[in-house]
Design a protein around this ligand. Structure first.
Ligand code: GDP
Length: 393
């Protein structure tokens, strides 16, 4: 599936940069165009793979290239004011060649948090291609303002996109690491999951004809209907094709070995599907009640089989209660791994979002209280008790 990606804000830019790196490394052909938008010049300059002419600095008249300082209302205003500059960069994208737009942003900050929903609304008005969001939730240790920003942005962003794919930094926090080092690893995890998912719709790799290749329309149909999505992933190393047809198969004879292999392959696939769905999701949630799902099995074709995928698909149907579970494979001839990606679309039982909203409401109340209090305290400080002094003017 070919995407036009827009990285909005620092996190968004870095993740899109990582997608470009992934695309080059795996030759997956998913990033048809990449744009980075920011109010902070330094963040744009720090990118490595997004072409310079595709980096758009907005809000210069308001913040002079210094960012909006985690003020997402300002982020939204600036995006609104400079939407033509963003559109200018999108004009150079061959939109007829893309299957969808993907806007990526950290929802806890200011620029991406406020700007992404504005851009989504704009793109929906102009283009017929679906507009998806990839929203990153802040860690719970980041503090009240980030949580409040994320809760408000989340609500708005979901409304403006065709589907919001969510990644929760909190569930992926690695203790004892520098924030930056931690983000590098987290971004790697994000890109691996989304890379396999979106890469699945880009067939033709290695010219392999597989049994039931996932098509980009299946990804689009799974995401259609809107709402919030989460992704599960599991992988296992497998022997590469050079070890195929080795001594064992020559001794035991081809057929027996094929049967054994096929049972083993089916079992491996079934267990990878379970691990992906029951392990750590990009947004942890209860999978029961999921509206639609897509199962992708990626790896060398001889390690994929229809029976395994069919069993995995049935199992997801049972676990989610959904009648709309699609499944297929993504053949990657030279890969040393078999990976299972489970896209759960239209999840509604998400305790993490409820918790985020609760903390956000508390933060909002506290911010109001503190503002009122500090105004009173300042009045107390600058005015004398008996009001005997007069201001100059
Ligand atoms: P903006 O530039 O104003 O849009 O804000 P940022 O993108 O810097 O930060 C928004 C939020 O994104 C932060 O609160 C973090 O939770 C998160 N974040 C920042 N950088 C990264 C990153 O490289 N990777 C991930 N996964 N999250 C990040």
């Amino acid at each position: 599936m070919k995407l036009a990606m827009v990285g909005f804000g620092q996190a968004g830019g870095k993740v899109v940069d990582k997608f470009l790196e992934y695309d080059k490394k795996h030759n997956s052909g998913i990033v048809r165009a990449a744009i980075a938008v920011n109010t902070a010049k330094a963040d744009l300059m720090g990118l490595e793979h997004v072409p310079e002419e595709k980096r758009v600095l907005i809000g210069q008249s308001r913040v002079k290239g210094h960012g909006v300082g985690a003020d997402n209302e300002l982020g939204a205003e600036v995006a609104e004011e400079d939407i033509d500059e963003i559109q200018g960069a999108i004009d150079s994208v061959p939109v007829h060649e893309v299957d969808a737009f993907l806007i990526v942003a950290g929802l806890g900050g200011g620029t991406g948090s406020g700007g992404s929903p504005v851009l989504a609304k704009h793109l929906q008005r102009i283009y017929t291609e679906p507009v998806y969001g990839l929203g990153v939730l802040p860690g719970s240790d980041e503090g009240g303002i980030y949580t409040l920003n994320a809760a408000r942005s989340f609500q708005t962003f979901v409304r403006e996109v065709d589907n919001l794919l969510v990644f929760d930094n909190d569930a992926w926090r690695k203790t004892g690491e520098s924030v930056q080092g931690g983000y590098d690893e987290i971004n790697e995890e994000i890109v691996t999951r989304f890379g396999v998912l979106f890469g699945a719709g880009e067939i033709g790799q290695g010219g392999e004809v597989a049994e039931s290749v996932v098509d980009s329309s299946e990804i689009i149909n799974t995401l259609a209907g809107g709402g919030v999505s989460t992704i599960g992933y599991a992988s296992e190393t497998v022997e590469t094709s050079s070890s195929n047809g080795g001594l064992l198969s020559r001794i035991t004879g081809g057929d027996d070995d094929d049967d054994l292999d096929s049972a083993h392959t089916t079992n491996r696939i079934t267990s990878l599907v379970r691990k992906a769905a029951l392990g750590r999701l990009t947004l942890p949630c209860e999978i029961e009640g999921t509206e639609r799902a897509l199962l992708v099995l990626a790896g060398p074709p001889r390690h994929l089989n229809r029976k395994g995928i069919e069993r995995g698909r049935k199992w997801i149907e049972e676990q989610t209660g959904s009648m709309e579970v699609r499944g297929g494979d993504y053949p990657i001839t030279d890969s040393g791994r078999v990976a299972s990606v489970v896209l759960l679309s239209g999840v509604t039982n998400v305790p993490r979002i409820k918790e985020l909203q609760q903390v956000a409401i508390e933060a909002q109340d506290n911010i109001d209280d503190i503002r009122n209090e500090s105004q009173d305290n300042l009045d107390d400080l600058i005015n004398d008790d008996e009001d005997e002094l007069e201001s100059l003017f």
